[in-house]
Design a protein around this ligand. Structure first.
Ligand SMILES: Cc1ncc(COP(=O)(O)O)c(C=O)c1O
Length: 415
């Protein structure tokens, strides 16, 4: 027998993209000491001592929960106070004039899975940008969908609306409904945020394409939204969701991982937005069934933590202040890199804020290997190097762009 697995489960191999880098960092640190190693592989916020950040107020509320709020089941849909807090945190002053409902999910990942399962058909293409968080691909393939991409940037390194429009149109000739995932603001891995005018263009395209038999489900992955420099401006696009064709359904993937530094608690929410009350009722019903069957229910402690923070404006303000301080720190780290990159003539993708800066290059693995010789560890991606400004202290950012420039050149001297 070739395989005991059912046909759809055969041939799957989990590839941990950072496993190799993490192992190499460990080895270099043991050999040369932490001070000599630049670890730009981590996808979590670290302080200037390179320790994982747990926002102090979040930690205090979490640790102060009574035992029963930790031990008891959460509800399948999620605690109502949590869901309303997640909606508040997501939209703030930019609530679209539409119905909004939320369902608790296992992190942003669970939200994405939940939406893909319920809004795309087996065999469908799902569309996202060519630069993207790698798990989108396996989230699709695991449930027999396939990920297709459009070019995120044009030759001027601006949002490539033509590529987006062309791809949406092409895919809608082959299928009646299309799920589109856009990761913004503070996109992973580039740090790009769609501007208001990018959004206007996106909405024009989807309104034009989602007509007659054709429909579009737009999923906005906002995993990094809370680190945008202007909480108000970065949410303005959400008000535009009141002006969509009736053939467009919108959802947002909310996550407590980055914004509340609760990565391991696996808390998120899938938030549906529609002018059509029946469409939203259907959204809740289908999503809750997926929650029930995939994980049953989730961390009550994480949901209660969020609810407690939202109950007390002073706590909420404190969390916001603590987070802003770290967002400022990341901005300072990125600024060093960006300024030095310009001096070193090193190309990088448009960065507005967020955890990562990306350098496009022809031979990412070779460039990454060259950097390793200087004890600098980054994540090689398909078309570039991902540099985690969330994890590298300011002092270690100095000189990094120059080293990356040399490695990119060294790997491909003809460039
Ligand atoms: C772009 C993006 N979306 C979603 C997630 C999901 O995070 P989680 O499942 O921890 O909420 C991540 C995590 O790294 C991410 O980078």
């Amino acid at each position: 027998m070739a395989s005991w697995l059912a046909k759809h489960a055969q041939g799957k191999v989990f590839v941990d993209e950072v496993f190799d880098a993490v192992a190499a960092v460990g080895k270099a640190t043991a050999q040369h000491g932490k001070a000599q190693v630049v670890n730009a592989t981590i996808g979590a916020l670290c302080d200037e001592d390179e320790k994982l950040v747990f926002l102090p107020t979040v930690e205090r509320v979490f640790r102060g929960l009574p035992g029963e709020e930790i031990a008891a089941y959460g509800s399948v849909r999620g605690l109502p106070e949590y869901l309303s807090a997640a909606i508040e945190q997501t939209f703030q002053n930019s609530r679209p004039d539409a119905y909004i409902e939320a369902v608790a999910t296992a992190g942003g990942t669970g939200a994405i899975h939940n939406l893909l399962w319920n809004y795309s058909n087996i065999g469908d293409a799902v569309l996202t940008h060519d630069w993207h968080w790698q798990p989108y691909s396996v989230l699709c393939s695991d449930i027999m969908r396939r990920l297709e991409t459009f070019s995120f940037f044009d030759e001027k390194r601006q949002f490539n609306i033509n590529s987006f429009a062309q791809k949406v149109s092409e895919l809608l000739t082959k299928q009646d409904n299309l799920v589109v995932i856009l990761n913004t603001p503070n996109h992973n891995p580039t740090g790009y945020s769609l501007t208001d005018s990018d959004w206007d263009q996106v909405i024009t395209v989807i309104n034009q394409q989602a007509v007659g038999q054709k429909s579009i489900t737009l999923l906005v992955d906002i995993a990094y939204i809370d680190y945008a420099p202007n909480a108000e401006a970065c949410r303005r696009f959400m008000t535009k969701f009141a002006y969509l064709s009736p053939n467009v359904f919108v959802a947002l993937a909310f996550s407590m991982s980055k914004g509340f530094t609760l990565y391991g608690q696996r808390m998120g929410a899938l938030i549906g937005v529609s002018k059509d009350k029946a469409a939203l009722a259907e959204f809740v019903n289908a999503s809750v069934i997926t929650c029930r069957t995939r994980w049953s229910n989730l961390s009550r402690a994480a949901m209660r933590t969020m609810a407690e923070i939202y109950k007390d404006p002073a706590l909420l303000q404190q969390v916001g202040n603590e987070r802003s301080a770290y967002a400022g720190l990341m901005a300072a780290r990125a600024k060093v890199f960006v300024e030095e990159a310009k001096t070193a003539n090193l190309e990088f993708l448009p960065y507005s804020a967020g955890f990562f800066v990306t350098v496009p290059c022809a031979s990412p693995v070779t460039s990454s290997d060259i950097l390793r010789q200087s004890n600098i560890f980054v994540v090689p991606m398909a078309k570039g190097l991902r540099i985690a400004v969330c994890a590298v202290p300011v002092r270690k950012m100095y000189g990094l762009a120059e080293k990356v420039a040399q490695a990119v050149q060294g790997a491909c001297p003809t460039r």
